[in-house]
Write a protein that binds this ligand. Structure first.
Ligand code: NDP
Ligand code: OXD
Length: 309
């Protein structure tokens, strides 16, 4: 059995190195040089060309090289029998929490604003937010959201979490389902999106959602660009209801040069780096699943194709 890597633009070489160093002699193939299609049962994927998987009649498992699997499940020709797995990794989890904490603290002290002021030699002191002034709402209380929420809570923030099923974590207010969304939003001065992209969550960061947030709320989207209705964000920022946004993910990546987000004074843009899988750290779980598949055992970090995450 071999591992086929189908990876457009993300650390391809690092994955090849990690797999072959960890398991010398492993038959690693890189798409489109897949060899005989019948021999491929296990694929490691990120942003594959849609339709590519149907070329492999014996494919049994597609492992995402990241936490998200929307890039795999969006393929209308995804073979029905294939199991999909994702990465759950301590580094990935901790890196996300660190990034979100950095964005929260930056916002509270307006450090981006002072950097802009420095560019015009402008000395202007502004009021700032304190921990006790801010309630943070985390949408998506899975592996990344729960850890991020707990880290923020340990820093002294009041933190609320919203998910499909309520997550009872010490010190975190639990909200669940569409019926509790409004109550969750109405208390969230900083809204963090850590939802998976599914039919239910697409476009969830829209005007109606933003209107339910308190005046001057701040939005951090580190999940997927398709969660955000871009023109609604700009409208709510320009109207002054939202005070700003930090965006790490976009509908089109790389973010096109002419996109208004680049120059909007209230938007901070980062290039999808909130938390990046380190192949050296995540390779062992990929190989573990490869072995499990060969031995007919249950796979780790399996995704529900019905739920979409
Ligand atoms: P998980 O699958 O562990 O968690 C998903 C959470 O979202 C769960 O709490 C789930 O609820 C909740 N959820 C799903 N659907 C709904 C819904 N319709 N309404 C309310 N809550 C819902 O995912 P992770 O925490 O591992 O990752 C989250 C996302 O972060 C990834 O899918 C990916 O898109 C993004 N990501 C971004 C990165 C970046 O660098 N910007 C890096 C890594 C990931 P329940 O618990 O009840 O099932
Ligand atoms: C992921 C990502 O899903 O990097 O892991 O976006």
């Amino acid at each position: 059995m071999s591992i086929l890597i189908i990876n457009q633009g993300r650390y391809l070489g690092h994955w090849v190195t990690a797999l072959t160093e960890r398991r010398p002699g492993l038959d690693v193939r890189v798409y489109p040089d897949a060899g005989s299609p019948d021999e491929i049962e296990f694929a490691l994927a990120w942003n594959h060309p849609l339709g590519a998987f149907k070329e492999f009649p014996n494919l049994k498992c597609i492992a995402s090289t990241g936490a998200g699997v929307d890039h795999i499940l969006r393929d209308p020709e995804l073979p029905a029998q294939v199991q999909v797995t994702r990465i759950v990794d301590d580094n990935l989890t901790q890196d996300m929490a660190t990034f979100v904490v950095a964005q929260v603290l930056n916002h509270m002290r307006d450090l981006h604003g002072y950097k802009a002021a420095q560019n015009t030699s402008s000395w202007k002191q502004k009021r700032y937010l304190r921990t006790q002034d801010v309630t943070i709402g985390v949408m998506g209380m899975g592996v990344l959201g729960s850890h991020t929420a707990l880290q923020l809570s340990q820093l002294g923030f009041k933190v609320l979490g919203w998910s499909r099923s309520a997550k009872l974590l010490e010190g975190i207010g639990a909200y669940a389902g569409p019926e509790e969304l409004d109550a969750f939003l109405s208390s969230s001065n900083i809204l963090i999106c850590l939802l998976p992209l599914t039919k239910e969550t697409a476009n969830i960061l829209n005007k109606q959602t933003f209107e339910k947030l308190p005046q001057d709320a701040f939005v951090i989207n580190v999940a997927r660009g398709e969660h955000l209705v871009e023109e609604d964000l700009i409208e709510m920022l320009d109207k002054g209801h939202l005070s700003g946004a930090s965006l790490d993910v976009f509908r089109t990546e790389p973010l096109p040069e002419e996109h208004p987000f680049w120059s909007h004074p209230k938007i901070n843009v980062t290039p999808h780096i909130a938390s990046v899988t380190d192949p050296a750290s995540a390779v062992s779980q990929v190989l573990e699943n490869y072995d499990r598949l060969r031995n007919g055992e249950d796979l780790l970090n399996l995704v529900s194709r019905t739920k979409g995450y």
